[in-house]
Design a protein around this ligand. Structure first.
Ligand code: GLC
Length: 738
């Protein structure tokens, strides 16, 4: 009886979905049969709005041109236009003045929050809290859709191993397993269970693919990687996003092994639309179609458009080539009409799924906009995930947490009073200078004597998103006052690191130490007071050897968003026990880069008694802080790892005890090492984790189940294989090496 009931329910769901799909296909086929070639090409054209450029603005086209093109049905999407008033204004032109009234889809970079800014994605990843990460994206979607938007260019899921690259702040770090789970969580958060709801939006898996492997960490630089890295490290998060139902993909600026991603048939057609059966559409990254000319892959705009559309790039963001070249290419027979039809079908499909044909103004509700964007309840989520994203890197002699009374605490550093940098570099939907600063956060604890000195300016003059920052490397005004204050204080909280615009797109650095004169400030203060708590505010791993050797406490707080200062204060005063773990390795120096935990053993592992093994003569192989590292105010003991093998399933159990004197959360991590395989495997691969709360003294048994899904790998042909053999299982907190 039960089985047939489940069967009936399942069948009716399948029938309903099938019926829904056939309705969608019928609607789209009927609409496309009405469309001229120019109107089809119009759907493949995306213009930026009239402000907030996030890329080099092309010389031609202006607000008036775009209005005219919208009227003529020559625009399918607009990015960087937001606010119900402005969105409605453009939508009305498309819907009421163009011949077929096809609605526009409005895209925007809702990367880590919209009005309420959440921690940067690299920080959120350090929470290892998938539910919280999903909730963060859900709130971002709620706010962005209230502001007229229905498409976000997120989640970014580029695996990054090179902290010189400014965009590591935007991803989930160096591990594909964790990156895949986080990508899925963010897609769920943005898209919800029904994209036609008024508070859900289309997500976008980006940047497809291998953008994070830009040589020497220089943004937009050449990417040249092996097939094993491509299949086992780069692609898994994208596959996970596709399987999670992400509505769109965005390709990447880089060439991959000689082929610009925008023109890469292997990536976009063989893998994405073929093997993975992706049904959504691919948007090019800003101008990347035209950039195939400087790449040396296309002679001119016409050839660039031809290559891109044949390679599966369905929509052209801001190169203006599809709108100017595709009609001629089809008329001349260079591009087959079927290629255009396939792209347009995909684009119309996403608009249909968003419900835009049913109600093109569903995201233009001014009352909802006012209500949602002024609702401060989202600040609670921003604070919650900010706390969880903080990583305690060092805490010698338990100097932390600070006592809440009876101390004179000096806060020193330009970032200590900075309300802008905590918002990170992708925060255009929010209000500048709206974050809670560290000084404001700590001032909420009134029973200490709190003083502040900037010490040294981090930047000279004004800062803006699009310009190079002028980092202060000469003006020592304020240094004397800061050192004097430090000499009188019981403790010094030094807030140092990177300005919010020192990471993100176009912000690669060759020296990833503390920028400007901050290291000098730190050392001068240390001379008069060694009771220093170093609070780092940064968008990438930094090189911190001197600090690690000398400073008793180091707290990694990234750029934590709107509630930054409150979260930091709660951790420093112990109201929240830090639980974050690094998802990206911290090198000792730039010379070690790329350095990552899931590396290979090589044929000459060490250490060995002579020089002929894989090592440096001037530096250890070990990083400063390993992937998965993060301390707590309590301690955890791991015992009794027990393994059972049942066919192709491995069940691992480990006993974990909170052996310290307060409650806390621990991220128990399970790694495997496939000792011998037909393609060499990393010495460690994360294949399971569990974030668990423990009361003081509590012991729990944590269980992991490993199936073929976790025990296999992709061979160089891109086939997933599971091979028999010996595996090592490693469970336990990642410790700082040596
Ligand atoms: C930028 C970025 C991309 C972003 C797009 C639109 O250049 O590379 O991540 O979504 O343009 O702003």
């Amino acid at each position: 009886m039960r089985t047939s009931l489940i069967f009936l329910i399942t069948m009716s769901l399948i029938n309903a979905l099938t019926a829904q799909n056939s309705e969608k296909n019928e609607f789209i086929s009927a609409l496309m049969s009405e469309m001229t070639l120019d109107e089809k090409i119009g759907q493949m054209n995306q213009y930026t709005g009239f402000y907030d450029p996030t890329g080099p603005i092309p010389t031609d086209g202006d607000a008036k041109t775009k209005y005219d093109h919208i009227k003529k049905g020559m625009v399918g999407s607009v990015l960087n236009v937001r606010g119900t008033k402005d969105v409605r204004a453009l939508q009305e032109i498309a819907v009421t003045q163009s011949r077929l009234g096809i609605p526009l889809i409005f895209g925007f970079d809702v990367i880590h929050g919209y009005k309420t800014i959440m921690p940067i994605p690299l920080a959120e990843a350090a929470s290892w809290d998938l539910e919280s990460i999903e909730m963060s994206a859900r709130i971002a979607a709620d706010e962005a859709t209230a502001s007229g938007l229905n498409w976000t260019f997120a989640p970014m899921m580029d695996v990054g191993r090179d902290p010189r690259w400014g965009r590591v702040m935007e991803g989930a770090g160096e591990d594909p397993y964790l990156g895949s789970l986080i990508a899925e969580a963010r897609v769920r958060g943005f898209q919800g269970t029904d994209m036609s709801e008024e508070n859900t939006m289309a997500a976008c898996a980006k940047h497809f693919a291998a953008y994070g492997f830009a040589e020497s960490g220089r943004d937009y630089n050449t990417t040249d990687i092996g097939l094993s890295t491509l299949h086992n490290i780069v692609l898994p998060p994208f596959k996970a996003a596709a399987e999670a139902g992400v509505a769109t993909f965005m390709n990447s600026f880089n060439e991959l092994n000689g082929i610009p991603a925008t023109g890469d048939i292997f990536l976009q057609r063989s893998i994405l639309k073929g093997k993975w059966n992706f049904q959504g559409f691919v948007v090019s990254d800003w101008g990347s179609i035209g950039e195939m000319i400087p790449h040396g892959f296309a002679e001119d705009g016409a050839q660039a458009a031809e290559i891109a559309v044949n390679a599966g790039s369905d929509m052209d963001m801001e190169s203006h080539l599809y709108i100017h070249q595709l009609n001629k290419l089809v008329q001349s027979g260079t591009v087959d009409l079927s290629v255009i039809d396939e792209a347009v079908k995909r684009i119309l499909g996403v608009k249909y799924d968003l419900g835009l044909f049913h109600d093109p103004y569903k995201y233009c509700n001014e009352e909802r906009e006012a209500e949602v964007l002024n609702n401060t309840s989202s600040m609670a989520q921003s604070l919650d995930i900010a706390r969880k994203s903080i990583v305690l890197l060092k805490n010698k002699n338990d100097i932390l947490p600070l006592k809440k009374s009876g101390n004179h605490i000096a806060v020193i550093g330009a970032l200590g009073n900075d309300k802008n940098s905590p918002l990170g570099s992708w925060r255009f939907g929010s209000v500048d200078n709206s974050a809670v600063s560290v000084v404001e956060g700590m001032s909420q604890y009134q029973y200490n004597n709190l003083s502040y000195e900037e010490g040294i300016a981090l930047v000279n003059g004004e800062t803006s998103f699009a310009n190079e920052l002028d980092i202060n490397t000469s003006d020592r005004t304020g240094l004397k006052e800061a050192v004097e204050l430090a000499g009188k204080a019981d403790y010094v909280v030094m807030v140092l690191g990177e300005h919010g615009y020192q990471s993100g797109e176009g912000r690669s650095r060759t020296d990833i130490g503390l920028p400007g004169l901050q290291q000098e400030l730190l050392e001068k203060v240390f001379e008069v007071n060694s009771n220093i708590i170093l609070v780092l505010m940064n968008g990438r791993p930094l090189t911190l050897e001197w600090a690690d050797q000398n400073i008793p406490a180091i707290v990694e707080t990234w750029h934590l968003g709107s509630q930054s200062g409150t979260a930091i204060a709660e951790v420093l005063y112990g109201d929240y026990n830090p639980s974050g773990k690094l998802t990206m390795t911290f090198p000792r120096n730039v010379g070690q880069i790329p350095i990552y935990y899931n590396c290979k053993n090589t044929g000459r592992p060490g250490p060995q008694s002579q020089v002929f093994w894989s090592h440096y003569t001037d530096q250890t192989n070990d990083p400063l802080y390993v992937f998965g590292h993060g301390l707590s105010y309590t301690t955890f003991e791991y015992q009794n790892l027990n393994i059972e093998v049942d066919g192709n399933t491995v069940i691992a159990k480990v006993t974990v005890k909170n052996s310290g004197n307060r409650s806390g959360e621990e991220v128990i991590q399970l790694y495997i090492h496939d000792k011998v395989a037909s393609v060499t495997r990393p010495i460690k691969e994360l294949k399971g984790f569990s974030k668990v709360s423990f009361s003081q003294g509590e012991t729990k048994v944590i269980e992991f189940v490993l199936s073929e899904k976790e025990l296999g790998f992709y061979n160089n042909e891109g086939d997933y294989v599971v091979e028999p053999g010996a595996f090592e299982l490693i469970v336990g907190e990642a410790r700082k090496v040596n």
